[in-house]
Design a protein around this ligand. Structure first.
Ligand code: ZN
Ligand code: ZN
Ligand code: ZN
Length: 270
């Protein structure tokens, strides 16, 4: 499984789109991994996770051919994860000779996607409503278990267990500390890669997003429960610029914890 983190910021991007605070100015000055676009991922070139407003630019930046995408999993209906109008361009006259893409997400997600894809042929068979804890198989055999996320309830928030072949990913954005039912659903899985919401960084705990120390606690619990071990790759991602730390400063916070600090263009191969 090859996972490309196309973006690594929370909703406002980093530097924030309109922000003139000191850390945004520091990010402008140092550039590199401290420049973060909105979050989304690409798995094995064909499975897209979330569709952020920066997707077009990310694809050009990383030399990606998104005409190969066959399925899109959407975590929730917030605009930084679902720039829904981009889906309108997935059909002629805007796109030719690409496979018919299927979209998977919670109720609110599919509601929004429906209105943006009214010109898609066979639309009703290509949009799939996911319910927490009801696993599905994509057409290529990928197993997806939707988990309940601690995030704005009106956005139909889900996290995903994604298994392809013998490799399993936990995609844990956006969410605060996982609901107990989602912890229970980890049972029987072994995770090769775990991507955790760190929007709040070293700030106070929030109900809808994670902090650095919660990420470390999630890792400890997974190790204790045997759903992860020393071979598991833990990645912190989806950072708000209000954390006020540049990339290398976030890495300093995580030093010794075994975490990789996510950045735009990070590739994980397991
Ligand atoms: Zn978000
Ligand atoms: Zn700022
Ligand atoms: Zn969100």
């Amino acid at each position: 499984m090859r996972i490309l983190l196309m973006g690594s910021a929370a909703a406002e991007g980093w530097p924030g789109l309109w922000c003139n605070c000191d850390v945004c100015q520091r990010a402008h000055a140092v550039g590199g991994k401290s420049i973060r676009s909105r979050s989304g991922a690409l798995i094995d070139d064909t499975l897209k996770v979330d569709l952020c407003p920066d997707t077009y630019m990310q694809a050009r930046r990383d030399g990606l051919d998104l005409s190969r995408v066959t399925d899109i999993l959407i975590t929730h209906a917030h605009n930084d994860h679902l720039a829904v109008n981009e889906l309108a361009y997935n059909t002629p006259p805007y796109a030719h000779d690409n496979p018919p893409v299927h979209v998977w997400g919670g109720e609110r997600v599919i509601e929004k996607v429906k209105s943006a894809t009214s010109r898609w042929p066979d639309q009703e068979n290509r949009l799939h409503v996911l319910k927490p804890f009801q696993p599905v198989y994509l057409r290529d055999g990928t197993y997806v278990m939707p988990l309940e996320a601690s995030h704005a309830a009106d956005s139909s928030p889900l996290n995903f267990i994604i298994r392809r072949g013998d490799k399993t990913l936990l995609y844990g954005l956006d969410s605060g500390w996982y609901p107990e039912a989602s912890w229970q659903a980890h049972a029987g899985h072994f995770f090769n890669v775990v991507i955790i919401d760190c929007t709040m960084g070293n700030l106070l705990r929030s109900s809808g997003h994670g902090t650095f120390s919660e990420a470390v606690q999630i890792k400890e619990r997974m190790l204790a429960e045997g759903t992860a071990d020393s071979s598991t790759i833990f990645v912190a991602n989806h950072f708000s610029h209000n954390i006020k730390l540049l990339h290398h400063e976030i890495e300093e916070w995580f030093a010794g914890t075994g975490f990789i600090v996510g950045y735009d263009g990070l590739v994980l191969e397991v």
